[in-house]
Ligand binder design. Structure first.
Ligand SMILES: *Cc1c(COP(=O)(O)O)cnc(C)c1O
Length: 376
């Protein structure tokens, strides 16, 4: 019996160990630790995989989001609309740049931004919308793009949890998450669907000028060495991480399929339980299951969590507190803000182990433990 973990990076590594070890050793032998050739090559391979003109690597997913907003030339006081239910990084960078985060409630079924509620939050100061492809399925991009066009807004996709997911437009066009808006941002944090062995991130765009701006911003605002055209940051992907990602990128689709297969087995075992809702996938998107997240109804979430903890079944609450309730964002909230859906789901969500190495015996053990709670 393999021990259960939320994410099993070790078993995944074991399957590609010779190639990974080789790639790392190659970088050490070259001593090109920063801006080595592997970085450029990885950027090209990633751009090709996504079907986007430009992929620009950077230090992490949070930097990617920050640089995206900087590249768009947003000014302090500009409003940026995003979701109330996401990892903090999405909103943090908006505030950090002196922009005003405007939070919007989410869709009960998919946990993604409720597009119907976005338009009401648009004001003359709104400059951008940042949808997050949460847990591995795309937010509803087509109506968001229509709104963006109507009001002249940029769209920055946070695809840290959605790399490899595909969005289908009503005319049948299919695009990969992160290549649909003005700029896409992702993270290669180890537990992400395409994870490196440390920190890493990237930005995507089809706009040549924006790509150049992004490259310049991630490199101290510098195009020609020691000539600084703008205030930038230092945000780079280490060559070792690029070399690792070059080994893993060709496996990404297979990794995402393994996650989907595990999710389908969870669904088959858990979908008929009263008081439990298995994940819902929208018709316009594939789901790559960065997380497998249940909704536990009737105020039973914490009791189920305790039950699983006692049985040694790993589980996590992503996320326990909606962003509008975070102390850090108090100054941005007003009396009339209301988030009934995110309030509800933060009390219901429970994520089960999800990674590329889950076997049938493990899934059986996990689902049996969940079922035993409802049969008490
Ligand atoms: C992980 C994550 C980020 C941040 O990525 P880092 O590489 O950890 O900085 C941003 N947004 C979402 C939705 C994430 O899941």
């Amino acid at each position: 019996m393999n021990p259960l973990q939320m994410v099993d990076l070790k078993s995944q590594y074991q399957r590609i160990k010779p190639q990974i070890d080789n790639a790392i050793q190659g970088v050490i032998d070259s001593c090109q630790f920063v801006k080595g050739a592997e970085v450029k090559t990885f950027e090209q391979e990633l751009a090709q995989y996504l079907g986007v003109q430009h992929a620009i690597a950077c230090g992490n997913g949070t930097d990617a989001l920050q640089v995206a907003l900087m590249a768009l030339g947003l000014k302090p006081g500009d409003e940026v609309i995003t979701t109330d239910f996401t990892f903090i990084a999405t909103v943090e960078v908006i505030a950090l740049l002196g922009l005003k985060p405007v939070l919007v409630d989410v869709d009960m079924a998919t946990f993604n931004i409720d597009v119907e509620k976005v338009e009401k939050s648009i004001t003359p100061r709104t400059k951008a919308i940042v949808p997050v492809h949460l847990f591995g399925q795309c937010a509803n991009m087509e109506p968001l793009l229509k709104l963006a066009e109507k009001y002249g807004l940029y769209v920055v996709e946070d695809t840290a949890q959605g790399l490899g997911a595909e969005y289908r437009f009503s005319d049948g066009t299919v695009r990969k998450a992160g290549t649909i808006g003005t700029i896409g941002c992702t993270s290669f944090f180890p537990s992400k669907n395409l994870g490196c062995y440390g920190d890493g991130g990237a930005l995507f765009t089809n706009d040549d000028q924006l790509a150049e701006q992004i490259r310049c911003l991630t490199n101290h605002g510098m195009k020609v060495r020691y000539h600084h055209d703008m205030i930038g940051v230092n945000s780079r992907l280490d060559t070792i991480q690029a070399a690792i990602l070059r080994v893993k990128l060709p496996h990404l689709d297979e990794y995402n399929r393994a996650r989907l297969a595990a999710a389908e087995k969870y669904n088959a075992a858990l979908s008929d339980i009263d008081g439990l809702e298995t994940p819902v996938t929208s018709a316009f998107t594939t789901h790559i299951f960065h997380q497998y997240t249940l909704k536990v109804k009737n105020g039973q979430r914490d009791a189920l969590k305790k039950h699983l903890d006692e049985q040694g079944i790993p589980n996590m609450v992503y996320y326990p507190i909606p962003l509008h309730r975070q102390k850090a964002f108090e100054p941005y909230m007003t009396e009339n803000d209301s988030f009934p859906v995110s309030e509800t789901i933060c009390g219901e969500v429970l994520s089960l182990p999800m990674h590329t190495e889950l076997d049938d015996e493990q899934i059986e053990r996990i689902t049996a433990a969940v079922k035993s709670f409802f049969e008490r």
